[in-house]
Write a new protein. Structure first.
Length: 514
C-alpha cells in the first residue's frame, strides 16, 4: 500500500494553475442554476419544494435548486439504509476502501471544478477552496488506509486450548449532518468515514451548500458505491433533521455545526424511543472561541501575521478561527499596530477574482449576526480596523479589529463566526494562558514564544484539542494534526486521526475453545 501523504495545495502564483482554475470556474458557470434530485436507494426523486442555493457574493446568481426531503422521504431513506446495511456490513473492508481510493482519484482529476463550486456556493477565495477540496481528497485517502489497518482488529491474549479475537464491527445507520463552512471537506470526510467502516448513511448537508454535496454523490456512484449505502436527503433541520435524530433505527449521528444545535442533538439522541434497542452514539464537532497567545519572547512579526491570517481567512468562518488575540502587555502595542497595518492591506470582494483575500460571509443571517457583534464591539473595545458591512450585492463584512477588550466582554466570550478579532492585554504569560482558558470552548489555540519552558507550560495548561506553537491556529491537515476540541467544542472526535473510524464501529470479542 502506498504510504499516506496529504494532497498538495495548488500554487496559484503559477500562470498555468491560474488558467486551469479559470477553466474550472467556466465549467461550473456552464451548469449554474440546474436542479438536483434527492438520491434514495439509488433512485433520483424530485420534489416541488426546493432548497435554493445562491452565490453569497452575488445574491442574484443561482447556483442550483435542490429537491427538499420531507418526513415521508426521510422514512423511505431510512428504510433503504437499514436494509442495505445488512449486505454492506459484510462487504470486505478492502472493497470498501477501494471505492474511496477511486472516488479520491476522480475528485483529484476534477479538483478545480470542485473548488470552483466552493467559490460560487460558499464564497471561498481560490486558496481556501483549493484547501477544502484537497482536504476532501485527504479524508478519502486517509480513512481508506485506516480501514485497511484496523480490519483485522487488535491482537489479544489466548491461553492453551482457546483462541480469542478482538475485532471491530460497524454500528448501523448513521445520520450525517454536515456544515457549510467546509462544505466539501467535512461533508465528504464525515460521510466516507461512516461508509468505509461498514455503515450506511443518510446525508443531510447544510441548506446553504447542498450542490457540492449532490456532485459528490455522483462521484461516489461513479466510484462504484452500491445503491442505498449513502442516501442524499437535504431538508430542513426542524422537519427532517429532528425526525432522523429521533428515529429508533438511527444508530449514530455525526454532526458538525454550532454549539446550540449540537447540544440539542445530544439531548435528543439521549432519549430512547419506542422500538430502539441501543444507545445512540453522537460524534459532534461544535464551535470554538480560539485564542492566539503572544508572549514577550516571541517573534512579533510572525505573531501579527498568524493573527491576521487565522482571524480573517475565509472571513473568519471557521470553528478554528482566531477570534481572540491575548498579548503580553510589554509587546501589546507593537503586535496590535502591525496586525492593524496588515488587516488594512487585505482585499475583500467577489472571490471569482483570484486576487481577493476575503470573500463574503455565507448569508443574510450570518451578516446580521456579525454586524450586531460589531455594534457590541463599539461599546466593549476600540475599533482599530474595519467595522463596516455592505449587503447590497453580496454579504460583505470588512475584516475588523477591536483593541483593549476586557477578557470578560461578550466579544471575548461568544462565538461570532465572522471576520472579527478582539485584542486583550495580559500582565504576563501566566495571565495570558488564564485568559485563553476563560471560555466554554476548547477547540484550537496557538502560542507565539521562543521560550521552551513556556511552550511546555502551555502544552500542559492551555486546554484545547489542537494547540499550535509559533504558527496560526487554523489549517489542520488530515493525518498530521487530527482535529477536534474539548468542552463545548464537541466530543473531541479527532477527524483525520488514527482513532476516528473506531467511533463508527463497536468492538466484538470472540472466544473459541479448541
Amino acid at each position: 500500500m502506498i504510504p499516506y501523504k496529504h494532497e498538495p495545495f495548488t500554487d496559484f502564483s503559477k500562470k498555468e494553475n491560474q488558467k486551469a482554475f479559470k477553466e474550472g470556474l467556466k465549467l461550473v458557470e456552464s451548469y449554474l442554476g440546474q436542479d438536483y434530485p434527492l438520491v434514495i436507494g439509488g433512485e433520483r426523486i424530485t420534489t416541488e419544494d426546493k432548497i435554493v442555493s445562491v452565490n453569497p457574493a452575488n445574491k442574484e446568481e443561482l447556483v442550483g435548486r435542490v429537491s427538499k426531503a420531507n418526513q415521508d422521504l426521510a422514512e423511505k431513506a431510512m428504510t433503504e439504509a437499514y436494509t442495505t446495511f445488512e449486505s454492506w456490513r459484510k462487504v470486505k473492508p478492502e472493497t470498501r476502501a477501494d471505492i474511496l481510493f477511486r472516488a479520491s482519484a476522480i475528485v483529484r482529476r476534477r479538483k478545480h471544478e470542485f473548488s470552483a463550486i466552493l467559490v460560487k456556493e460558499a464564497g471561498k477565495p481560490w486558496n481556501e477552496a483549493d484547501a477544502d477540496t484537497a482536504e476532501a481528497i485527504d479524508f478519502m485517502e486517509y480513512y481508506a488506509r485506516q480501514m485497511l489497518r484496523i480490519k483485522e482488529g487488535f491482537p489479544v491474549e489466548s491461553r492453551p486450548g482457546e483462541y480469542n479475537q478482538f475485532n471491530y464491527t460497524p454500528l448501523g445507520v448513521g445520520v450525517v449532518i454536515s456544515p457549510w463552512n467546509f462544505a466539501f471537506a467535512i461533508m465528504a470526510g464525515t460521510a466516507v468515514a461512516a461508509i468505509v467502516s461498514g455503515n450506511t448513511v443518510l446525508l443531510k448537508p447544510a441548506s446553504t451548500t447542498p450542490v457540492v454535496a449532490a456532485k459528490f454523490i455522483e462521484v461516489l456512484e461513479e466510484a462504484g458505491l452500491p445503491k442505498g449505502v449513502i442516501n442524499y436527503v437535504p431538508g430542513s433541520g426542524a422537519e427532517v433533521g429532528d425526525y432522523l435524530v429521533d428515529h429508533p433505527k438511527t444508530r449514530f449521528i455525526s454532526f458538525t455545526g454550532s454549539r446550540d444545535v449540537g447540544v440539542r442533538i445530544y439531548e435528543r439522541a439521549a432519549k430512547v424511543n419506542p422500538g430502539q434497542k441501543w444507545l445512540k452514539r453522537v460524534i459532534a464537532e461544535m464551535g470554538g472561541k480560539d485564542t492566539i497567545v503572544v508572549d514577550s519572547e516571541g517573534d512579533l512579526e510572525l505573531a501579527a501575521q498568524a493573527i491576521v491570517t487565522s482571524a480573517f481567512g475565509f472571513s473568519g468562518q471557521k470553528c478554528s478561527a482566531c477570534s481572540r488575540a491575548v498579548i503580553v502587555e510589554d509587546v501589546y502595542d507593537q503586535v496590535l499596530a502591525r496586525a492593524v497595518e496588515l488587516t488594512k492591506e487585505l482585499t475583500v470582494g467577489d472571490t471569482v477574482d483570484g486576487d481577493k483575500f476575503m470573500g463574503p460571509v455565507i448569508d443574510q443571517a450570518a451578516y446580521d449576526k456579525i454586524m450586531s457583534y460589531i455594534e457590541i464591539g463599539q461599546t466593549e473595545g476600540k475599533l482599530m480596523a474595519g467595522g463596516e458591512g455592505d449587503n447590497s450585492k453580496g454579504f460583505f463584512v470588512k475584516p475588523t479589529i477591536f483593541a483593549d477588550v476586557d477578557p470578560e466582554a461578550r466579544l471575548m466570550k461568544e462565538e461570532i463566526f465572522g471576520p472579527v478579532v478582539a485584542f486583550s492585554k495580559a500582565k504576563d504569560f501566566d495571565h495570558a494562558i488564564e485568559i485563553a482558558n476563560n471560555t466554554d470552548y476548547g477547540l484550537t489555540g496557538a502560542v507565539i514564544t521562543n521560550n521552551r519552558a513556556k511552550i511546555e507550560q502551555a502544552r500542559e495548561d492551555f486546554h484545547v484539542g489542537n494547540l499550535y506553537f509559533n504558527r496560526g491556529c487554523t489549517g489542520a491537515i488530515v493525518g498530521y494534526q487530527p482535529f477536534g476540541g474539548f468542552n463545548m467544542s464537541g466530543t473531541d472526535s479527532k477527524a483525520g486521526g488514527p482513532d476516528y473510524l473506531l467511533l463508527h464501529m463497536q468492538a466484538k470479542t470472540t472466544s473459541e475453545m479448541l
